[in-house]
Write a protein that binds this ligand. Structure first.
Ligand code: MG
Length: 157
C-alpha cells in the first residue's frame, strides 16, 4: 500500500466557468488557470502521482506546453490515472475535501464522484468528495479562491 496527498488552489474570477470534478456549476465566478482550473481534478492527480512517487501534475503536464492551454482536467486525470496504473498500481480509494465559501456544492458532489470514477476506471464508491466553507476566513472564506485537499491510496496491481 502507498498513500499520497495532493493540494491545489485556484483564484475565483468573474466571468469564468466554475468547473469542479468535471461538473459545470452555476456561479458568478469561476476558477482561473492555464487549464479549465478544475482544482479538484488537479489535487487528485497530485495525490495519485504522489502515492506512486511519480512527481506531480506540473511535471507530467507542463503549463509551458500550449497543448494544455484550456485543457479538460478530466482528460488530464484519466491520463494521470493510466500513468499510475501502467507503473504497476491500482487505486484503493480517494478522499477529497473542497474548501469553498460559495456556492453550495453538496448537490453536485455525487456527479463529481461519478465523473472522477469514470476517468479512473474505478467504481464511485472508492471516491469520496466532501465540501466545506472556511468560516468566512482566508482567501477561500472571502470567495477569492477555492482550494482542495486530496488523499489517495494505491496498492500493487
Ligand atoms: Mg491547479
Amino acid at each position: 500500500m502507498r498513500i499520497g496527498t495532493g493540494y491545489d488552489l485556484h483564484r475565483l474570477e468573474a466571468g469564468l466557468a466554475l468547473v469542479l470534478g468535471g461538473v459545470r456549476i452555476s456561479h458568478a465566478k469561476g476558477l482561473s488557470g492555464h487549464s479549465d482550473g478544475d482544482a479538484l481534478a488537479h489535487a487528485i492527480i497530485d495525490a495519485l502521482l504522489g502515492a506512486a512517487a511519480l512527481g506531480n501534475i506540473g511535471r507530467l503536464f507542463p503549463d509551458t506546453d500550449p497543448q494544455h492551454e484550456g485543457a479538460d482536467s478530466l482528460d488530464l486525470l484519466a491520463r494521470a490515472g493510466a500513468h499510475v496504473m501502467k507503473n504497476g498500481y491500482s487505486i484503493v480509494n480517494i478522499d477529497a475535501t473542497i474548501i469553498a465559501q460559495e456556492p453550495t456544492l453538496d448537490p453536485h458532489l455525487d456527479e463529481m464522484r461519478e465523473n472522477l470514477a469514470r476517468c479512473l476506471k474505478i467504481s464511485a464508491d472508492r471516491i469520496s468528495v466532501k465540501a466545506k466553507t472556511n468560516e468566512g476566513l482566508g482567501p477561500e472564506g472571502r470567495g477569492e479562491a477555492i482550494s482542495v485537499h486530496a488523499a489517495a491510496l494505491l496498492e500493487d496491481a
